[in-house]
Design a protein around this ligand. Structure first.
Ligand code: NAD
Length: 334
């Protein structure tokens, strides 16, 4: 029996995590969940969006399944997601983007993985106003050799394990010569130890264009925090949108699995959104837990459900409710 921390989250979070839990249960995986709350709802009750017991539970169980959490824009509490990643040193953010046959998109056969550095760069939250009237401010973009080498090694290890052929380092070292210079050099150094995997680098602006024009040329992409965040949404768009984009935040010992999308508050409680991103995050979690058979069975069930295309949620052009789609995927399990 595995023990996993479950954070349902805000907005659509409870619905999509519930769907994922049901599908994994139906695939026969034995998981005991420890449910803890974090986010905007908890903030009102407890005065903090990230109570200590949430961190304690994840530290103890080492694995968590998490729904999205609402973060107020520009004011209010700092992002719980950023705090979790920093507190637990979840340095690698893995965001695969894979096409499903049956989902109509502009592209076919996309199979990309973004490996995003999760702890430093522009999202480290080192920000301040630089004038009393708050009319100017600055953000520090700190990059270290240690974190850059660690994320590059993670990308190559992942590529090797998943039998992938190429790692592309994405940066802006032509302009940010110091910080992205450190990042690119680190990736080049690590690449030398992985001779079986092709290595190349691309400048972020060119990469954005390349991904829209020739996405099939890319395989594993390793990049800094903000570039990784933006590119992974771009890649989600290539394969059908946020409804099918999963993610994992991985550290040396702890891993937190969550969809790329946010809490979509306008759809909360409507049994409407697509739970696939969370189910796919659950598949990443099952692989992490060594439950390959169940992970493969759910992957196959999703493949079949999309190929038949009878029960698609609104974002994929269908009319099915979240619960109908969930039951349909479950009906495809062996
Ligand atoms: P969002 O991802 O919540 O929603 C953007 C749009 O994408 C939605 O209006 C909807 O059209 C679509 N969408 C998202 N998830 C979907 C799904 N499962 N199925 C179908 N369609 C889906 O982004 P936002 O509106 O920018 O952010 C809302 C809140 O979520 C903000 O407070 C933001 O900070 C937070 N957020 C949290 C996380 C996280 O917890 N990891 C990630 C991103 C955003």
């Amino acid at each position: 029996m595995h023990k996993v921390t479950l954070i349902p989250g805000d907005g659509i979070g409870p619905e999509v995590t519930d769907s994922c839990v049901k599908v994994m249960e139906a695939a026969g995986v034995k998981i005991k969940y420890e449910k803890v709350d974090a986010g905007a709802g908890v903030m009102e009750r407890e005065g903090t969006p990230l109570p200590e017991q949430v961190l304690e539970s994840i530290r103890k169980n080492k694995v968590a399944l998490k729904g999205p959490i609402t973060t107020p824009i520009a004011s209010g509490f700092r992002s719980v997601n950023v705090a979790l990643r920093k507190e637990l040193d979840l340095y690698a953010n893995l965001r695969p983007a894979k096409s499903f046959k049956g989902i109509r998109t502009r592209y076919e056969n996309i199979d990309l993985v973004i490996v995003r550095e999760n702890t430093e760069g522009l999202y480290a939250g080192i920000e301040k106003y630089t004038s009393e009237d708050k009319s100017s401010g600055e953000t520090i973009r700190r990059i270290t050799k240690k974190a850059s080498e660690r994320i590059a090694r993670f990308a190559f290890e992942y590529a090797e394990r998943e039998k992938r052929k190429k790692v592309t380092c994405v940066h802006k070292a032509n302009i940010m010569k110091v910080t992205d210079g450190i990042f690119l050099e680190a990736a080049r150094r690590i690449a030398e130890s992985y001779q079986g995997i092709e290595f190349e680098d691309r400048i972020i602006d060119n990469m954005s264009m390349q991904l829209v024009v020739k996405p099939e040329l890319y395989d594993v992409i390793v990049t800094t925090n903000m570039f990784g965040d933006i590119l992974s949404d771009l890649c989600a768009g290539l394969v059908g949108g946020l409804g099918i984009a999963p993610g994992a935040n991985i550290g040396e010992e702890i891993a937190v699995f969550e969809p790329v999308h946010g809490s979509a508050p306008k759809y909360a409680g409507m049994d409407k959104v697509n739970p696939t991103a969370t189910i796919l995050s659950g598949i990443l979690m099952l692989k992490h837990l060594g439950e390959k058979k169940a992970a493969d069975a759910i992957t196959k069930a999703l493949d079949e459900a999309f190929l038949e295309g009878k029960k698609l949620t609104y974002d994929l052009g269908g009319k099915a409710r979240l619960s109908e789609f969930t039951d349909y995927v479950i009906s495809k399990l062996p």
